[in-house]
Design a protein around this ligand. Sequence first.
Ligand code: CMP
Length: 143
Amino acid sequence: MSNRTLAILKPDCIRKNLIGKVIAQIQDAGFKVVALRMVKLTPDAAMGFYEIHKERPFFKDLIEYMTSGPCLPIALEKENAVEDFRKLIGATDPQKAAEGTIRKLYAESIQENIVHGSDSDENAAKEILHFFSRKELLENYAS
Ligand code: CMP
């Protein structure tokens, strides 16, 4: 069991002015923010991050959406982080997400779904390093 996961507040979350509300919900659920940055992804960076989906029919739209404005990657820490964070955000499709989850509360569609959460401990470790250096993760951890 890992204690870290990567969240990304996606461009629709930023456009809707929901950064504060979503981070408050994440922290109220017991997650600690280890590192955070606002970044506008280039198409290459978005394609690299979502490489696993490159054969999917929605890939092109996904890249357009993820590069349509800034997003906010956040490295989070909590016991059982990956599973607990996925419970907090709810199903990918907001119509199928449980009541009270972040996607149920705020997401428009299966694509514009407000927030990303890593789907396994292995991917969490890779995804965190996609956005944050080992050095800054260590420095932040010590503070
Ligand atoms: P995320 O959890 O970041 O992982 C992949 C993303 O692709 C997902 O959230 C959605 O934004 C998008 N996605 C997944 N499935 C679909 C789909 N069927 N149609 C459109 N977009 C999708």
